[in-house]
Design a protein around this ligand. Structure first.
Ligand code: NAP
Length: 534
């Protein structure tokens, strides 16, 4: 199919950002078409339906703020809701605002190219359908392209291999099965703690130990949730100004202003809160000062050690490869206890990596481990992955994939020089899941994009693109902030280190959500200074 009259916009993604983008563009009266590769709305929360998937942000801030009616109608049942409830919420939003009708589901975009002469994007689906549109709004997700490790013999293996981000919707029967799990990031931790009691036997292959913090979950009834609903006006404002888009912020004084006893007491308080506040609401200097970071790291290590009975497993599970908080802190609920079970083994694959698949399982250090199911909780090609595999061509046919294969650049994470009218919500170099409560960041970024398109219409303009100078300014500012932290020293998806050959740069802006919002607002208020507008 080819649309006869060019559309105003094409939107990719039916997750938190995509649904909100569709809502905003429709409100503005735009003619647009939206797509998602999934069969329904939900984005991350549709794909990641693996056992134990759960939100690590408090429900009362992990939501949309744009409709008072929606806020009134939806009750969260837990402080940290499970994937099913979050997916249900997004489905409720789609129904309430009649958003599904704007989507073609089960449709992946294969190519997108900018035509200078007509100032239009042509977007082609994998099935060969072509659409032309003025604006191309990608809400394709920061963590949506699964990373599958290139173990040899993949095709030989006779059992089931499942990547957590491509978990079958009908589930996998793990009862009594021999299961291997590769990966102990935020995802692997949730899977392991959830299936340990169900599987016959589980072997966990760990390369890097994590600083997982005990989640303090809480169930709500309609009545008990009311305490949060009563605070919505305050929360709605607050999340836009805190460092990481949560309801809490770095509230503690400088490390040196507290005695060791006071620090211990504060960290115990943060630990007991059982949320990400211990990370992005504790001692901020812990993210920049190695000595302080080591003390905080040791506090968490102590908590971990206390939970693991077996000394060999305890040693393997004690994180040392990096400092606390320099990579996403996962919340756990029974992860360390899972290793106290007789049916759960742990194999350290840091020095002796997984070699290959065989017909029956995996080989490490010459030893074959036999499994009925191998679960790959091996993460994502983050930030750039979704757009890079779409084959996006900008001015003069330049390739976004090639650009990002050499140097990951953007302006505010929202546009890229050389790619006019392309908007990259949750793109690299914007604050995102690494250091942001995602719903806060995504709504702010979608608002910026929608306001920008609206501004162009009001001013009878049709094309916008950041200049090379503006992009250099943003990249330098981003790097300056990033390089002052310990994060750039840790090997993880945060810096692209999990993907072989990917250029290194901190993928998320770490100057603070409130600060980023102010910068975006200034750009808008200046009439998009530093952007070429035509
Ligand atoms: P991840 O943090 O990148 O973890 C991937 C894991 O797979 C790591 O343990 C990694 O080890 C391991 N791995 C990769 N390749 C391997 C190989 N060849 N051999 C052995 N191990 C290998 O991915 P993730 O756990 O899916 O989490 C990604 C992000 O998604 C999180 O950081 C978080 O932002 C988000 N997330 C959020 C939630 C939530 O809110 N509840 C839940 C899950 C995920 P190395 O560390 O040694 O590379």
């Amino acid at each position: 199919m080819q649309n006869s009259k060019p559309l105003d916009a094409i939107v990719v993604g039916a997750g938190i950002a995509g649904l909100y983008a569709v809502y905003r563009l429709r409100q503005m009266g735009l003619d647009f078409q939206a797509f998602d590769a999934a069969s329904d709305v939900g984005g991350t929360w549709w794909w990641n339906c693996y056992p134990g998937a759960r939100v690590d942000s408090q429900s009362y801030v992990y939501q949309y703020w744009f409709s008072d009616e929606l806020l009134e109608e939806w009750d969260w049942s837990e402080r940290f809701p499970a994937q099913g409830e979050t997916e249900k919420y997004l489905s409720f939003v789609a129904d309430k605002f009649d958003l599904r009708k704007h989507y073609e589901f089960d449709t992946r975009i294969a190519h997108a190219s900018w035509d200078e002469a007509t100032a239009l994007w042509t977007v082609e689906t994998e099935a060969g359908e072509r659409y032309t549109a003025r604006y191309f709004v990608s809400c394709a997700g920061m963590l949506s392209t699964p990373k599958v490790p290139p173990f040899e013999g993949h095709e030989k293996y006779q059992g089931v291999i499942a990547h957590t981000a491509r978990w079958p919707r009908e589930g996998i029967d793990l009862k009594g099965k021999r299961v291997g799990v590769v990966g102990t990031g935020a995802t692997g931790i949730q899977v392991i703690q959830t299936i340990a009691g169900e599987v016959g036997h589980m072997t966990v292959f760990q390369r890097t130990a994590q600083y997982a913090v005990r989640m303090n979950n809480e169930r709500y009834t309609h009545e008990t949730f009311q305490k949060w609903r009563d605070q919505y006006p305050e929360l709605k404002d607050k999340v836009h100004h805190t460092f990481a888009g949560f309801a809490f912020d770095f509230y503690l004084p400088a490390w040196s202003e507290h005695t060791p006893e006071q620090r211990r007491a504060e960290m115990e308080k943060l630990w007991a809160d059982g949320s990400l506040a211990i990370w992005v609401g504790g001692y901020q200097e812990s993210l920049v000062d190695p000595a302080i970071n080591e003390e905080v790291s040791e506090f968490v290590r102590e908590k971990i050690r206390a939970q693991v009975k077996d000394p060999v497993k305890r040693e393997i599970l004690t994180p040392r490869a990096y400092g606390f908080g320099t990579y996403r802190v996962p919340l756990e609920n029974g992860y360390y206890e899972a290793f106290n079970r007789d049916n759960v083994d742990l194999v350290d694959v840091r020095k002796t990596p997984i070699e290959r698949f065989t017909e029956k399982g995996l080989v490490v250090d010459g030893k074959e481990y036999e499994f009925d199911v191998v679960i790959l909780a091996t993460g994502f090609d983050a930030g750039t992955g979704a757009l890079a595999r779409m084959d996006v061509r900008g001015r003069d046919g330049r390739s976004l994939t090639e650009l990002w294969n050499q140097d990951i650049r953007s302006t505010l994470g929202l546009q890229v020089h050389g790619f006019p009218n392309l908007f990259t919500v949750a793109g690299p170099l914007a604050p995102s899941t690494a250091f942001c409560n995602m719903t806060t960041c995504l709504q702010q970024q979608v608002d910026w994009v929608a306001d920008c398109i609206d501004w162009l219409r009001v001013h009878d303009k049709h094309v916008i693109e950041p200049t090379a100078e503006k992009e250099n300014w943003w990249v330098s500012h981003h790097d300056e902030v990033a390089n002052a932290t310990l994060l750039v020293k840790t090997e993880s998806w945060y810096t692209g280190a999990n993907i072989e050959g990917k250029p290194r740069r901190l993928l998320s802006y770490i100057g603070g959500v409130g600060n980023y919002r102010d910068i975006c607002d200034q750009v808008k208020e200046s009439g998009y200074e530093g952007f070429a507008v035509a």
